[in-house]
Design a protein around this ligand. Structure first.
Ligand SMILES: CC(C)(COP(=O)(O)OP(=O)(O)OC[C@H]1O[C@@H](n2cnc3c(N)ncnc32)[C@H](O)[C@@H]1OP(=O)(O)O)[C@@H](O)C(=O)NCCC(=O)NCCS
Length: 202
């Protein structure tokens, strides 16, 4: 008997996670805060969180919310999934934390460490020895050079490139298409080529 999965969230990211999850789970259901009709024939529960599933994944795009809920449900004793699309290339020497997803065509190279509740989105590249904090999101096509560090709940937007050995703080946003060649502090938006700090986020 195959495993069952509860996908928490029912928006665009949840649909991407469904696409990857169908390869490794026999039964999949969604949980949404508001009642919703089925998604591609899959049941969407609301109200009380269902308990009759083997693993859960929080598939909510907002980094802090995804991380908070993942930690809360793990603390309650629920088992977090790690979902990897079969077309992703993940080194056996890499580590991926609970509640994280690696979507189609992403590449994670040797000795990279991905935290909990992360999103490594379609076609993103995480080079060797990178460390990605809990709740971070690499959007489609974002690339990290070797030994880069991304802090907790930071968001590297679509198509951004981060040079090797760079550190991005926590809660930072690196805007679409940026080229990061200097460290980025926590809680700022950095954008441009080369990327500079555009604003504080707090
Ligand atoms: C970063 C982003 C989310 C915008 O955030 P925001 O808080 O609304 O930013 P603002 O619009 O207030 O921009 C602040 C400044 O940064 C600049 N900026 C924002 N995004 C930029 C980008 N991608 N490239 C260059 N400059 C950018 C703005 O022009 C503005 O500069 P100014 O103060 O000189 O006018 C958006 O630009 C972005 O990159 N979106 C991509 C999202 C993504 O990856 N989606 C995929 C999801 S899977």
């Amino acid at each position: 008997m195959g495993k069952s999965l509860l996908i928490i969230g029912a928006g665009g990211h949840a649909r991407s996670v469904l696409e990857s999850a169908t390869f490794s789970y026999e039964k999949i259901s969604f949980f949404a805060s508001d009642p919703k009709s089925k998604i591609d024939g899959y049941e969407v529960f609301s109200g009380e969180l269902p308990q009759n599933f083997d693993e859960f994944i929080v598939a909510i795009g907002d980094n802090k919310t995804r991380l908070k809920l993942t930690r809360e449900y793990i603390a309650k004793g629920l088992r977090a999934a790690i979902i990897i699309h079969p077309s992703a290339i993940v080194s056996d020497r890499a580590k991926i934390g609970l509640g994280s997803v690696v979507l189609a065509g992403a590449i994670i190279n040797a000795f990279a460490e991905i935290g909990a509740a992360c999103i490594i989105n379609t076609g993103a590249i995480v080079e060797h020895d990178c460390r990605i904090g809990d709740g971070a999101h690499l959007s489609p096509g974002a690339a990290l050079g070797g030994t880069a560090i991304v802090g907790e709940a930071s968001w590297i937007c679509i198509g951004a490139n981060v040079a090797n050995n760079i550190t991005i703080g926590w809660g930072a946003i690196v805007a679409a298409g940026a080229a990061v060649v200097r460290d980025v502090p926590s809680d700022v938006l950095a954008a441009g080529v080369p990327a500079t700090v555009k604003k504080e986020l707090k």
